[in-house]
Design a protein around this ligand. Sequence first.
Ligand SMILES: [Mn+2]
Length: 358
Amino acid sequence: MRIAEEKLVEYLNAEDLDAVFIQKNENVRYISSYTGDDSYLMIDRRGNRIFITDPRYTEQAGEECPEYSLVEWRSEYGSVAAAVAGIARKEKYSRLGYESDVMVVSFFEEMTKEASFESVGLKGVVEGLRSHKTKEEIELARIACDITCRAFERILEDIRVGVTEKELAARLSLYMVLEGADTQPYGNILISGKRTSLLHGIPSEKAVEYGDFVLMDFGCQYKGYMSDMTRTVIVGRANDRQREVYELEQKMVQDVEAFIKDGVSAADAYKASLKHLEGTEYMPYHYTGIGHGVGLFVHELPFMGPKSKDMIYKDTVMTVEPGIYIPGWGGVRIEDQIVVTETGNEILTWAEKELIEL
Ligand SMILES: [Mn+2]
């Protein structure tokens, strides 16, 4: 059994569940290593593994998950929900877990219509297992970050007055694929000038002008594992205020990175980001979501912010991304991806963080 499967069986036994139905695509991939989509898993406490899919994917599933028993729902049951109920009946499950933060109501109604079992809604269970990364997972994240940093070095050559945000965003995606990334599309943020105060701004037809900040929040996947990095550079010479905000932002990132280690709380990590910010005129302009786990999905547990109840443990791969966003003026974000260790953390995104004036 894979580590992920073992962790899940352990959980089922601890929670007195006979089996769990997994439908979220990233979770299916994490548990079974299956790389396609539209497929589902049922794992039971005895360690039986069932793979539910349709004829488009039976061959791929057989190759990637040979240890699973394959159920082709279309011809055997007519629907996925009927397959889940049918398997539960056949296997005599009395308590079945399902992902209540993913399942739609009509699916639930069909699955439980004549149910022979009790349904137990689970929220974020597989996500919780996912937040502790294995050595192999950390290695894949490291490669994704390397690719991202190399693409950053290439895009610097293209940033100049007159080039549009859209063109730069397209080139950045191209560079990541050329450097070895998977080809799945990824919604990169690349914005300039006053638009840099938009936290999740979409690249536009706006051309880069002299004196603009160019903010790039981007990443790729490598064998499914994601990277997420932000750098903000300036075209031409920074003015005093731009330099002041940039230097404050650098300190905020350093303060959080100096704080994070095994066993700290995510809310305290947020407090650490305020060390140099509090008392300055920029306090009202920070955003409180200052980082998140990254894995097969770009936003995973833990989430760092003032209201977070999450804890940060070693072997978590996550981002550190405080930011200052001043509407009508612009914003600066620097985002690193790190892996948490016993005594601190290691920064995977090695790209330059000193102010770059192009
Ligand atoms: Mn991020």
